[in-house]
Write a new protein. Structure first.
Length: 300
């Protein structure tokens, strides 16, 4: 097929919408901001990653150059967005099957090395199927999560003995170790280098520790920066030897209450769908399901 013929085919395919790709974070932010803020809960991961890139630099998640994109309808209204921070999976907002297929087709022309995709489960499945169709790659289902939004905070009674405190510089080594251990526990390598993650979180008081009465840290709960009125609790971690005593739940309640006191309109969190304990805990303290998300890994 000639270059002109391919161009006409793409023009026809995008007659009812098209993706605009860019490596410029400012351009992406200008195009996508209103759309992402229109549904901050569903776009929480895109919002928080974009915020981190703006604050910490384009290499916050790795040395590769990030890629961004927005999907617009005939009238120019943005109806979808994606970003990729190599070497990590593509992240896509909820979009139609047609938009997912168009994105897979377009990305296949500019890159063939996507390791996977993460999105709400319908979008993730649609993109994975389209990527396999356009590239011949295999798509293997991976990590599945459920997004929760806080309803009414309901602290468990009685709370475990101890108190919450915001992590400080003196906790750096502990936080880095727990950040690595959290990734190992969920079977997902951390998106950021643990040292860089600690520095970023300490800069805005983004980790709360639960201490036992003798001052020993027993659990941590992190929180993203507030953007578009929402924050996301992540990660929540209790060392294996201290689990089952309510420390993780107490840290989650503390960081949630602090986010509300600081003016957050929405407090969100993701859970591993394969972990009934955490899903049950978060519902008991007032979090309600919003939507399920999924990841797919690509191979040859």
């Amino acid at each position: 097929m000639s270059h002109d013929a391919r161009a006409r085919a793409r023009a026809h395919a995008y007659a009812h919408g098209h993706w605009q790709l860019t490596d410029d974070l400012g351009v992406f932010h200008g195009r996508a901001e209103e759309f992402l803020r229109s549904a901050p809960a569903l776009h929480t991961a895109l919002l928080s990653v974009t915020d981190t890139l703006r604050v910490s630099g384009l290499q916050a998640y790795g040395e590769g150059a990030p890629l961004f994109g927005t999907y617009a309808d005939d009238a120019g209204r943005v109806q979808g967005a994606f970003l990729r921070t190599p070497p990590h999976r593509l992240m896509v907002s909820p979009v139609t099957v047609e938009a997912a297929d168009a994105l897979a087709r377009q990305l296949a022309e500019v890159t063939g090395d996507l390791p996977g995709v993460g999105a709400d489960q319908d979008t993730a499945r649609a993109f994975a199927q389209a990527w396999a169709k356009h590239t011949g790659a295999t798509a293997t289902p991976g990590f599945r999560q459920r997004l929760y939004r806080l309803g009414t905070l309901t602290p468990p009674e009685p709370a475990p003995p101890g108190r919450a405190r915001v992590a400080e510089e003196r906790d750096r080594e502990l936080l880095a170790r727990w950040h690595r251990e959290f990734g190992e526990a969920v079977g997902e390598p951390p998106a950021m280098d643990s040292g860089a993650w600690v520095s970023a979180r300490l800069a805005y008081g983004g980790v709360t520790l639960w201490e036992t009465p003798d001052g020993t840290p027993a659990a941590m709960a992190g929180v993203t920066r507030r953007t578009a009125g929402q924050v996301r609790v992540a990660p929540v971690y209790t060392p294996a030897t201290l689990r089952g005593r309510g420390y993780g739940g107490a840290a989650t309640v503390a960081v949630t209450r602090a986010a509300l006191d600081a003016g957050a309109d929405e407090v969100l969190l993701f859970t591993d769908l394969a972990n009934p304990t955490s899903n049950g805990l978060y519902q008991r303290i007032g979090y309600r399901p919003v939507r399920d998300f999924a990841q797919y890994d690509f191979g040859r």
